[in-house]
Unconditional design. Structure first.
Lengths: 309, 383
């Protein structure tokens, strides 16, 4: 029993960083008022670039390349949404389609249709002492990204709610015109947040291809980006809320895989499809229960036009 | 009709379509350069595009070399079956747009529609035309019911439809592909265990082939084209359609004018889901003849691209679906030259990205017009 629990925690911690980083990225962009459903595409770009770069350079540097790729895609999103006031959902979906087909095209052109050659995975850190304690040893043996994913949400939460920069970001997302009268540059702040969101989503993708697995596979990230957006909504657009939701989704995933292998009898009673449905159905229920109060930033999805009333 | 209105009638559709046409042309050009860069040869890229054209619109060189008519009808069949699906999902998205909703859930609605058609087609025993009609109607109802969940969540509980339809897509995938199709509804294995998907539907539920055995051209394209015209008529010429568009342009103003906003949203979303459901039925009854292990392609997401490239106009949807249907049918032939068959999807994604930048096009185009362009930017509802 203990070993099952251990395996469960271990696999959750292995899988969670991708989702956590991407969800934080979605929070950053949407808090500044720019809808980001392109997280899926940015993750794909990040996963691809990180794996490809890691074939040539050390893997940590490859992760940075993945982040840069996510940020590049996000910059396009920002340019269209902020400079040209495009529809933000449309632009995000377009980037998803481009990343999906573009990734497949490049993969086929450079290697094989299924995936890149294996790379050296990120170093897994064994925590001395902890790896001997039952149960707690599940916390040991993860890549640095897992430990970063455990700390970053708290830093982000502090930055968003306790620092002047965070206040500005929130102001731009709630009432950009008022923020502008105080001398803040709405476009600059939004560009910063959107590109930062791309960095985070790219990091999430890189976590998939350099830490969870050791290569880019053709279907990555297989809907994880949309799940990250769900985690953001579930967590009411706050970093800690999104973190909690992402961790919960990751646990649900580990539970599903764990149950299928350790208790096949249960899967006969409850079909696996039901377990797969859980995170999505729960998100819908929570959203429906929240009702019209909502928690979304007031100016979310509205392009900023200085001359508009 | 005065000379001025006649000119306006002929010129305005062209002007409206121009950003889309330019976007598609630009996407084709950029992707051409991508092949040149990846294959290192202008000649390969040109041949790849030629293959795509022959594979999509009909193999003219082969015909002139003395092949029989199947050189034309085979590509047409592939193009038509893809065009039918893209048209229906595109219409689904466009109808939701008309009341200001962004239906990302066409994929899920299509999936429940496809499953309904597969079940009705496999389990019922009815004479031929009736069976087809029952399957189409069942799929439309299932898709509509699934879409109404999102509409109800939006209207009663204020849940944004983009989020709820994404969730509903995954719920459909989990329940249909990961449970029903591999569990209770799985085809009975007869001897070898390699059969995937559900049982085959009966012959009486299949859409008839139109051009004989050499071409897979089936009646689905007629269903799709007829529905495109019907949706155009509904939106442009009926009271309900007019009221729906009013709701999409401004729900507050519509409410003030006495239009029952919630009822119009429910109706439009039901129609949107029904169209996606019919897309699923056409896939099952025309091409696959069963619910396959997976739907194969994200047709629902393609519908978003098709609808927006078609400027959310039913006939524009038909045109852009025909173009991308042909590119996709031809795309498989690029494989021989080392270009992945998903290449047309890259063209489609880039075209959508360029269409999203419509203000750029308007700014550029206004320089070539005498009068400044009116800022008609509200094509797409704000999310």
């Amino acid at each position: 029993m203990l070993s099952v629990l251990e395996a469960l925690v271990f696999s959750t911690l292995d899988y969670a960083p991708a989702l956590v980083f991407a969800a934080l990225g979605a929070v950053l962009s949407e808090r500044s008022g720019v809808v980001n459903v392109g997280v899926e595409g940015m993750m794909r770009a990040g996963a691809f670039a990180a794996a490809v770069a890691s074939l040539a350079v050390p893997t940590p540097l490859g992760v940075v390349c993945g982040m840069a790729a996510g940020a590049a895609l996000a910059a396009v999103h920002g340019y269209l949404c902020i400079r040209w006031r495009s529809d933000q959902v449309v632009s995000g979906m377009a980037l998803n389609l481009v990343a999906l087909a573009g990734g497949t095209f490049l993969l086929e052109a450079l290697w094989s249709p299924t995936g890149t050659p294996p790379i050296e995975q990120l170093h897994r850190w064994v925590l001395p002492g902890l790896d001997q304690v039952p149960l707690l040893r599940a916390l040991s043996g993860h890549s640095s990204l897992t430990y970063l994913a455990a700390v970053l949400p708290f830093l982000f939460h502090f930055a968003l709610f306790r620092t002047p920069v965070g206040l500005r970001v929130r102001a731009v997302g709630e009432k950009p015109a008022a923020a502008a009268t105080l001398g803040l540059s709405v476009p600059a702040l939004r560009y910063g947040c959107v590109v930062g969101s791309g960095l985070l989503a790219g990091l999430g993708g890189a976590a998939l291809s350099t830490s969870t697995l050791d290569r880019f596979e053709h279907h990555m990230p297989a809907g994880l980006g949309f799940m990250a957006v769900a985690a953001m909504v579930f967590g009411r657009w706050t970093p800690l809320g999104a973190f909690g939701a992402a961790a919960f989704f990751a646990l649900g995933n580990a539970l599903r895989i764990g149950l299928a292998s350790s208790a096949p009898g249960l899967v006969e009673v409850i079909p696996q499809g039901f377990l797969l449905t859980l995170p999505y159905a729960l998100t819908l229920l929570v959203l429906a229960a929240q009702g019209k109060k909502g928690a979304a930033p007031a100016a979310l999805g509205t392009p900023y036009q200085p001359e508009a009333r | 009709m005065t000379d001025v209105t006649l000119r306006a009638r002929l010129v305005r559709p062209f002007q409206t379509a121009l950003p889309s046409v330019l976007s598609v042309a630009l996407a084709l050009a950029v992707c051409f350069l991508a092949i040149v860069a990846s294959q290192g040869s202008l000649w390969v890229a040109a041949r790849a595009y030629a293959e795509m054209a022959w594979g999509g619109f009909g193999d003219l060189p082969k015909l002139f070399a003395g092949a029989d008519a199947s050189a034309l009808t085979r590509p047409w069949g592939e193009t038509a079956s893809k065009t039918a699906l893209l048209t229906l999902t595109g219409l689904s998205v466009a109808v939701a747009f008309s009341v200001g909703l962004f239906n990302i859930g066409a994929q899920g609605q299509m999936m429940v529609g496809a499953l309904s058609a597969a079940v009705l087609g496999g389990k019922l025993a009815l004479p031929w035309p009736l069976h087809v009609a029952v399957c189409l109607a069942g799929a439309a109802l299932a898709g509509a019911a699934y879409a109404e969940i999102a509409a109800a969540l939006k209207l009663e509980r204020g849940v944004h439809e983009v989020i709820s339809t994404i969730m509903l897509n995954w719920i459909a995938v989990s329940l249909v592909e990961n449970w029903l199709v591999v569990g209770p509804l799985r085809a009975q294995a007869s001897g070898d265990n390699s059969i995937s998907g559900t049982d085959e539907i009966l012959a009486s539920a299949q859409l008839p082939r139109l051009l004989g055995e050499t071409s897979r051209l089936h009646a689905g394209i007629l269903v799709a084209a007829a529905l495109a015209v019907a949706v155009w008529y509904w939106l442009a010429r009926t009271r309900y359609g007019f009221e729906s568009r009013a709701v999409g342009l401004g729900p507050e103003a519509a409410r003030a004018a006495g239009i029952p906003v919630a009822a119009r949203v429910y109706q439009a979303m039901a129609l949107s889901g029904a169209l996606a459901g019919v897309a699923g039925a056409v896939l099952v009854m025309g091409t696959e003849h069963k619910f396959p292990a997976t739907l194969g392609a994200p047709y629902g997401f393609d519908g978003i691209a098709i609808s927006l490239i078609g400027q959310n106009h039913p006939l524009g949807v038909l045109a852009s679906a025909a173009l991308f249907g042909a590119l996709r049918a031809g795309g498989t032939r690029m494989q021989l030259l080392g270009v992945h068959k998903s290449f047309p999807e890259l063209i489609q994604g880039l075209a959508l990205l360029f269409v999203a930048a419509r203000l750029v096009w308007e700014t550029l185009l206004s320089r070539f017009r005498r009068e400044p362009a009116a800022s008609a930017t509200v094509e797409v509802p704000r999310a």
